[in-house]
Structures are given as C-alpha cells and as structure tokens.
Design a binder for this molecule. Structure first.
Ligand code: ADP
Length: 486
C-alpha cells in the first residue's frame, strides 16, 4: 500500500513528546511489512541537514492563506536502514525554518500556530498532488494534521487522485485541539456551512480543527485500548469531545504504541555510562552511581531507592499530585531526579524543593535527550502519576531499563503496567488519583526495594515486549479494512 503520514513531529528530526517517537518508529515498522511509507513534516530550525544527508528537491509549492501566498521548498530523507521509508520536509523559513515546533525559546506557544499548521497541511496536500502520488491511506496525527480528512471530503471530494484514498486520524492527545478564533475562518478555504453553530468546525464560538477531523476521518484511532474506551465514556478524558466521537459510525480504535528497541535498549544505549541487559543486571548499578555523581547527589543514596522522572511539566502529567507527595517521599531518605520543563509554577516548586533537599533531590530544567536516557537507566523507580495518559512511552522505556514504573492506572498506563501483587507484576499502579493512593504505591515500592522480589519485578519489566511489530500489524489490519471497502 501507498501510505502517507502527516505529522508535526518526527524523531530524530523533531520531537516534543511521544508523537515524535511514534512517527519516527511506526513508518519503518510498516515499511518492513512491505508498504511504501512517506511521511510529510515541516522542516524546523533544528533540522540537521548535513548529519542526516537531507537533500533538497527541485520542487516549489505555493499555497494561500486568505490573501497571503506562501512558498514551500521540499527536502527529502531516505531511510538507509529501511527501504520504502522516506521523510519529506516542507521548507518555509518564515513559518518553520527559523522556529521550533510549537513554542518559542521561552516556552510560549507561537501566536500564529493555527496559520502555521494550516499552511503545513495545505502544502502537504499540494506536494501529494504535485508528485502525482496516489495514496491508499493518508494517516494524520493530532490536531496539526486533522484538517486533511476535512479537505479530502470537501474541496478535494471530486479529485480523482484522491478517489481511492482513505484517511485515518490518530489522537495522540485529544486535549490539544488546535482551537482558534472564528475570525481566522478565511484562512481555511472551506465552505461556510462548516463553521456554522454545531457544524464540524464550530466549537463554542471558536474553530476546532480536531473536532472536524474526527467528524470527517474514515477511521479514528487512539494510542491505547483503555484510552479508546475512556474517551467514549468520559467528558473530561475526552476533553469535551465524547459526544462528537459518539456521533461517528465507527468508534475510535485503540492501538497501543510500541517501543523502538533499537534506540531504547540498555545493551546498546550510547548515552549511558555502562551498557547492561537482563543477563548482567548488576551493571545497572554503575549507571546509578555515575548519575548520582553527575547530579551532585549524596553517594550513600547508592544503597537507597532512586526515583526518576522525565516529563513535560503540565497538568496532564499529575505534577500537582507529585508535588503533594514529594515531601513524604523525601522523608523516606530516597533520592529523586527530575528532568522536564513546562508550566512555570511547577518548575518553580520543583526547583525550590530541590534547593531545600539538595544532595537528595535534583531538578533539571529543560529538554535533554542524553540525560533522559541516563535517568531512565540510573534510577530504580520511574514516576508517572499522569492524570490521564493516552498511551505514554516512558513507562515502557523504563521497564526495558529495569526501572520499575509507578503509575496512575489510566489509559495506556493501565494497558502496559501490571500492578505488583506480591508474586508477579511489572510495576505499581495506583487508583484513584489521590495523594493517599499515590503515597501507598510509593510505600509499596520502597518496601519492595530491599527484598529479593525487587529483582523479579525488574526482570519482569525488562522482558516485557512492546515492540512496534505488533502495533504495525494492527494498523495494517485497519488500513486493509478501509481499502477493501473501496
Ligand atoms: P507525552 O507525549 O505526553 O509528552 P510520552 O511518555 O508519550 O508523553 O512521551 C514523552 C517522550 O518525550 C519520551 O520519549 C520522553 O523521554 C521525552 N521527553 C519528555 N520530556 C523530556 C525532556 N525534558 N528531555 C528529554 N526527553 C523528554
């Protein structure tokens, strides 16, 4: 099949969160099943063209947003390790080439994000038409690509090139909907009726691209089976879109994300001090020792539980709950290392606690890929008390590194972590979302640390298999179902 991915993030070229990981790993997994997968994404300032041998193509695309014209160049990266997998970059210096993905250097969202990603989607469709490609599937990811199904079913409805094309919209995070003011309507080039009250693009007086994508996509998926059920039932977990999902003929399908075990593998990880695997687990301790030193924490913590966390610091990730329980945790004389950035109030509170407990807790502000690996390898436990979690990647990475996750039992966390029952399990899963329940899980974790079972739970996690192969089969099955109906 000819499969197109449209995504704002793709690892290793750009990444803000799990979306980048998925769009980096799923296309080569599909290519290995024999499909041709072309991913289209913007070229941001961070794109390292030399390192990845990204070549410029002799293609120019022109698109219009209201009365303004934008020119896009096109560059290409052909995956040397996976035949059939190509990434196309859309080049426009003003909108993307001089900027980050969503936010400026101070973490503020760009005020013209709606226009930027509209231009991106129009240019992506222009590229497909320009190259005379015939997509079987256009797989759109999150709100930044959610208008593609809308264009396919409206202004391109009679374009023979898309007659056989079916669209899939994956909701990596339904809480980000790409809302913009109704005044931006002329930018969209879509029929007026779509913006009328209660119509697909209208949302409490604003424009909601994700909602419209859900209405028009041939299939909607989300990234874990439990989260697929949650968003069908719960207004809060669906960020208000439960009713819109319910109106679809086919309900959202949950396909669990996988892990790229060539990149997230303690036996091959180039960022960590000492490589290790389930066969030589004691080497993990070397990583803990080096991490404690590097982070300026007390050396005697080597014999005490070390808790790590790598996360966007936003409400979704349960940072408020963590802050309510951190004092308890630190009173147990354990170590805590956190890496992340996000809401200023969370950053400040974590910074303050790290100052008050210097030598025992360290907070690293920012985004740091090597340090993320070092924390995941060096810690004993991984903290992930997310309020909601469509899938979550880091708990799966942690397991492979023998770092035991402590998670809120929600969404993909419920699907990936088996709560330790005294005999078996891969982590600690708590519910309800309360300080008491979280604290109880922390206590259970600390109690286990000094017992022989700690090694068992570690090994269980390291041997759990969340490889992409299984997820790629599930997506292939869905694509076939959609294209068989043509
Ligand atoms: P989300 O997509 O909601 O942010 P996931 O757990 O699905 O959460 O994916 C997060 C990804 O981003 C993981 O690969 C994680 O290691 C990475 N990540 C998050 N914050 C940072 C950070 N500050 N530095 C490095 N990597 C980070």
């Amino acid at each position: 099949m000819n499969i197109f991915f449209i995504s704002a993030e793709v690892f290793p070229f750009s990444k803000v969160g799990g979306l980048g990981d998925v769009c980096g790993a799923l296309p080569p997994a599909l290519a290995r099943l024999g499909h041709a997968v072309k991913l289209i994404t913007p070229a941001y300032a961070t794109l390292d063209r030399q390192r990845y041998a990204v070549e410029e193509l002799p293609v120019r695309l022109e698109i219009t947003l209201s009365t303004q014209n934008y020119l896009f160049g096109v560059s290409r990266w052909v995956n040397p390790a996976s035949s059939g997998h190509t990434v196309y970059f859309l080049d426009n210096a003003e909108l993307f080439g001089t900027r980050n993905v969503y936010t400026d250097d101070y973490g503020e969202p760009y005020p013209d994000n709606a226009a930027r990603f509209l231009a991106f989607q129009k240019a992506a469709l222009a590229l497909i038409l320009n190259q005379n490609w015939q997509p079987d599937i256009i797989h759109c990811h999150d709100n930044h690509a959610a208008l593609i199904p809308v264009y396919l079913k409206t202004i391109y409805a009679n374009n023979h090139r898309f007659a056989q094309t079916r669209s899939v919209l994956t909701l990596h995070n339904i809480a980000y909907q790409g809302l913009t003011a109704m005044e931006d309507r002329p930018l969209f080039d879509l029929p007026d009726y779509l913006f009328a009250p209660m119509q697909p693009l209208e949302w409490y007086g604003k424009i909601n691209p994700l909602k419209a994508g859900i209405v028009f996509a041939d299939a909607v998926t989300t990234v874990s089976p439990t989260h697929a059920r949650e968003i069908r039932k719960d207004d809060q977990l669906s960020a208000g879109l439960r009713g819109v999902l319910a109106c679809r003929q086919s309900p959202p399908i949950g396909i669990l994300n996988g892990v790229d075990y060539t990149y997230w593998d303690p036996a091959q990880d180039i960022f960590i001090a000492k490589q290790y695997s389930v066969e030589n687990l004691p080497y993990k301790q070397t990583n803990k020792q080096v991490l404690l030193e590097q982070q300026g924490l007390k050396p005697d913590l080597l014999a005490r539980p070390l808790f790590g966390m790598v996360s966007r610091l936003v409400e979704q990730k349960g940072i408020d709950l963590l802050l309510q329980c951190l004092l308890y945790l630190l009173q147990q004389e354990v170590g805590v290392i956190i890496l992340g950035s996000g809401a200023k109030e969370y950053e400040d509170s974590l910074q303050q606690l790290a100052r008050d407990f210097s030598g025992q807790m360290r907070f690293n502000l920012g985004y740091n890929e090597p340090l993320a690996h070092q924390i995941i390898a060096g810690a004993d436990f991984y903290l992930m008390p997310s309020r909601f979690e469509p899938c979550g990647m880091t708990q799966m990475y942690a397991m492979r590194y023998g770092t035991v996750p402590i998670v809120h039992q929600t969404g993909g966390l419920a699907d990936t972590i088996i709560d330790w029952n005294g005999k078996e399990g891969t982590g600690f899963a708590f519910t309800p979302f309360t300080p008491a329940a979280f604290q109880d899980a922390l206590k259970r974790a600390i109690d286990l640390y000094t017992t022989a079972d700690f090694e068992t739970i570690r090994r269980n996690g390291m041997q759990a298999d969340f490889s992409w192969k299984h997820s790629a089969f599930e997506y292939e099955k869905l694509y076939r179902k959609l294209t068989d109906k043509r």
